[in-house]
Ligand binder design. Structure first.
Ligand code: URA
Length: 276
C-alpha cells in the first residue's frame, strides 16, 4: 500500500484523519472502459504466482480501516458539495468527481494486475496492467450512490455494475430494499466496491454489505466509498465487518435526531436529483 497510511476505526475514536501522500488531478475523462490486450505480451498475472505475496507491515487485516485522503482536490469538491447554494446539476457532478478521486484511492493497492511487455516506438518496455478478466463489481446504492459511481468507469478499466435500491422510512429511519440486481453468486475472490455517499446510522450500508456477503463476497474484498460518514455508522461497521475498508472525504462529528449527518450534505439524493 504505497504512500497511504490508514487508521483502524475504534468505536471510541472520534473523527480520525489519515494521511496519504498520493496525488490526483481534475481534467477531462481519462482511462477507458475496456483494455485491449492485442499489443501486449502477457507475462504473469499478479495473483498467478505460487510464491507467497510480500506483505507490507501494517494494521491487522482483522480491523476495519478508514481512509480519509487529505487531498486538496477532495477538500475542494467537498466544500462545493457542502454549500447549500450549490444547484443540483453542480452538486451531482461534484459527487461524481469526489467518487472518481475516492475510487482512485480505493483502487491503489487493490486492482488485480499483470506484468507484460509492449513494443514502444523506441524499444520494448516492461509494463504493469490492470487485468480486465477480473472486473470490479461496482454496487451503487440508489439513489445517491449512483451519482458517486457515475464516473467509476473513467477510473476503473473493467467493471460490472449491480444496482441496489433502498428507500428510507422517514419515521423509523430504517432502510427498505426495493431493488436488488446483485448476481446470485459472486465468484470466489470477487472484489466489490459499494458506494453510498452518506454513511449516517449505518442501516443502509449494513444491509448492502449483508446482501453482498450472502452472495459469497468476502468482507475483506469489499471496499466502501462514501463522501461523509460519522462515528455511529463507523462503530457499527467496525463491529460487524472486521477487515472492511472505508474511503471517505470526511468524517463528521454527529447525527441529528432526524438521522442527518451534521454538518453533512443534507439529503444527498434530493440535492443530486433536484427533488427537495
Ligand atoms: N442520507 C443523506 O442523504 N444525508 C444524511 O445526512 C444522512 C443520510
Amino acid at each position: 500500500m504505497s504512500a497511504v497510511t490508514a487508521c483502524a476505526f475504534a468505536p471510541k475514536l472520534a473523527s480520525p484523519r489519515f494521511s496519504n501522500g498520493s496525488s490526483g488531478s481534475r481534467g477531462g475523462r481519462r482511462g477507458a472502459s475496456t483494455v485491449s490486450l492485442r499489443s501486449v505480451v502477457r507475462v504473469r498475472a499478479a495473483d498467478e504466482s505460487n510464491a507467497e505475496p510480500e506483505r507490507a507491515p501494517g494494521p491487522s487485516t482483522n480491523q476495519m480501516l478508514v481512509f480519509v485522503p487529505p487531498h486538496p482536490l477532495i477538500n475542494h469538491w467537498l466544500a462545493i458539495a457542502r454549500n447549500v447554494q450549490t444547484p443540483p446539476p453542480i452538486f451531482r457532478s461534484t459527487l461524481g468527481e469526489l467518487g472518481r478521486l475516492l475510487i482512485y484511492e480505493a483502487a491503489r493497492d487493490w486492482l488485480p494486475t499483470f506484468s507484460a511487455e509492449v513494443q514502444g516506438p523506441v524499444g520494448l518496455a516492461k509494463v504493469e496492467m490492470v487485468d480486465p478478466s477480473q472486473p470490479i463489481a461496482v454496487v451503487p446504492v440508489l439513489r445517491a450512490g449512483l451519482v458517486l459511481l457515475e464516473e467509476a468507469n473513467t477510473v476503473l478499466p473493467a467493471t460490472n455494475t449491480y444496482h441496489l435500491g433502498f428507500v428510507r422510512d422517514e419515521e423509523t429511519l430504517e432502510a427498505k430494499m426495493y431493488l436488488n440486481k446483485l448476481p446470485e453468486k459472486f465468484a470466489e475472490g470477487q472484489r466489490v466496491l459499494i458506494s453510498d455517499p452518506m454513511l449516517a446510522t449505518g442501516g443502509t450500508i449494513v444491509q448492502a454489505i449483508d446482501e453482498c456477503v450472502a452472495r459469497g463476497a468476502d468482507v475483506k474484498n469489499i471496499r466502501i466509498v462514501c463522501v461523509v460518514t460519522c462515528p455511529p455508522a463507523l462503530t457499527i461497521l467496525s463491529d460487524k465487518y472486521p477487515g472492511l475498508r472505508v474511503y471517505a472525504a470526511m468524517i463528521d462529528e454527529e447525527l441529528n435526531d432526524q438521522g442527518y449527518i451534521v454538518p453533512g450534505l443534507g439529503d444527498a439524493g434530493d440535492r443530486a436529483f433536484g427533488t427537495e
